[in-house]
Ligand binder design. Structure first.
Ligand code: FE2
Ligand code: FE2
Length: 474
């Protein structure tokens, strides 16, 4: 399973033994690089950045660190080693040998899942295209670029599956991945959250914490797939994803630490006074949290979904940690509690577990987010304030599923239109909030220096000091 770096496309899948596939990927590669130069980090393509590159897939020591110009990054195809005698672990085919090829009857479902996942990867790079210009430090700049190149690699992972297993359709889909653009009116990315803007670093850190975490949950359920190459691709992607979540969580924690410092210094939590100190006030941070979690919750789809049920029954997409769950892994008679609307009240009712799989995955995700919020609240506690961040009710500000038709407050009350209009600026970032956060976005590029609104990290990357030149800009 060692990675062959002598080939044009680094890989651990013996690509050179499949000449047709190798040629197809080598034809796609220059188009990918064109896309990267156009939509990758603007203004930094010729700079040396201290990046990690995958050199093996074993959990210890898979990464190597060094200066790389981003267009020279060795994007490649890395799957975790095959598991001996792996089986389909759920659905109608439970117990059968895992598939090495796509079962004909599941082709379109698998293709849709892979394309939908793959499309999110370049989308986030596009959303973060301009952020480097306003980095709060070289350390953060490097982390942004690390996330970006790895999202690019995730695209490679999905394009490999499409080209190897889906013939001409797969090659066409691979082309489409480079043609859609985040936020474009005519050819947008497939999923809503990936067409939102990431205009500032507060948004970026929430995106990495919350939206990359959706990625973790989607990848984890695809890693359960009976289609073994998909499972092995997703398992290695999850290894990389962990760093993205770290960047997001610690980014917000460091912002909170700075906010607490400011509040202590002025002995006030008055947002205007906190802002005057060059820190971000807690109400604004809460509003950004509300926004990012609600658009990300939409990514899980409708509460009731026959698509989700079918994907499970077919054995192509499992539940989070499927093989650690103790039940029959078929769910024919099982139920699951889902939210519903009765008149203008939110109630809970039982639904068939199979059709409720989207809701279940969303709930698993929210539990994980809550743990992150609890860790942030420890930072606030340590910082000497009684204020806390809260996850809004999952019905808040939703555009997909049953709550699309109603307005719901962060504490879960269904609101009349007028009340929503009166209050939504208290719950979601207003133009003024965006403008304030934007006003803080001034680049800080001296090694070891940080913007006024974010604390230094506890430690550097790869045991390097905090004032290490993580990017060479001159
Ligand atoms: Fe990704
Ligand atoms: Fe990610």
């Amino acid at each position: 399973m060692t990675i062959n770096y002598n080939e044009r496309i680094p890989n651990n899948v013996s690509l050179s033994e499949d000449k047709q596939l190798q040629r197809a990927l080598e034809r796609w590669q220059p188009k990918y690089l064109d896309w990267w130069r156009e939509m990758g980090p603007e203004g930094f393509q010729t700079k040396d950045v201290y990046l990690r590159t995958a050199v093996s897939v074993d959990p210890q020591g898979w990464a190597q660190f060094g200066y790389v110009k981003m267009p020279d990054y060795r994007w490649g195809i890395f799957l975790t080693p095959p598991e001996k005698d792996r089986r389909v672990n759920f659905g109608d085919h439970k117990g059968e040998a895992a598939w090495q090829e796509v079962p004909g009857e599941y082709r379109s479902v698998l293709r849709r899942l892979i394309v939908t996942q793959g499309d999110t990867e370049p989308a986030s790079v596009e959303q973060q295209h301009q952020l480097g210009r306003t980095c709060p430090s070289l350390y953060d700049l490097r982390n942004l670029f690390q996330v970006n190149v790895e999202e690019g690699r995730h695209l490679w992972a999905m394009v490999y599956l499409l080209m190897k297993h889906f013939g001409r359709d797969g090659r066409e889909e691979a082309g489409g991945m480079l043609e859609r653009r985040s936020g474009d009116a005519d050819r947008p990315r497939i999923l809503g959250a990936f067409n939102e803007k990431t205009p500032d670093w507060l948004s970026f850190f929430f995106f990495a914490m919350l939206t990359d975490r959706d990625g973790k949950y989607q990848l984890a359920s695809l890693a359960e797939s009976g289609f073994d190459p998909l499972s092995r691709s997703c398992k290695f992607m999850l290894t990389e994803e962990a760093h993205h979540l770290f960047v997001g969580e610690t980014g917000i924690a460091r912002i909170l630490a700075k906010t607490c410092e400011a509040m202590k210094r002025i002995d006030s939590d008055d947002p205007a006074k906190v802002r005057a100190e060059g820190a971000i006030d807690l109400p604004t941070i809460q509003k950004y949290l509300n926004f990012h979690i609600s658009v990300t919750e939409d990514l899980y789809g409708s509460e009731i979904s026959t698509n989700a049920a079918n994907a499970y029954t077919m054995g192509v997409k499992g539940r989070f940690e499927e093989t650690k769950l103790h039940d029959d892994h078929r769910l024919a008679n099982a139920t699951y509690s889902i939210p519903d609307l009765v008149a203008d009240r939110i109630v809970v009712r039982e639904a068939p577990a199979l059709t409720a799989l989207n809701e279940r995955l969303r709930d698993d995700y929210i539990i994980d987010c809550q743990k992150g919020v609890d860790r942030w609240n420890k930072v606030l506690e340590k910082g000497g304030t009684d204020a806390r961040l809260n996850l809004p009710h999952k019905a808040f500000h939703r555009q997909i599923g049953i709550f699309e038709q109603v307005h719901v407050s962060p504490d879960g009350r269904v609101l009349a239109e007028a009340e929503w209009t009166r209050h939504h600026a208290d719950w979601l970032p207003s133009e003024d909030d965006h403008a304030f956060v934007q006003s803080l976005m001034k680049p800080v590029t001296e090694p070891g220096k940080f913007a006024s609104w974010i604390a230094p990290p506890a430690r550097g990357i790869n045991n390097q000091p905090i004032d290490y030149p993580y990017a060479r800009l001159s």
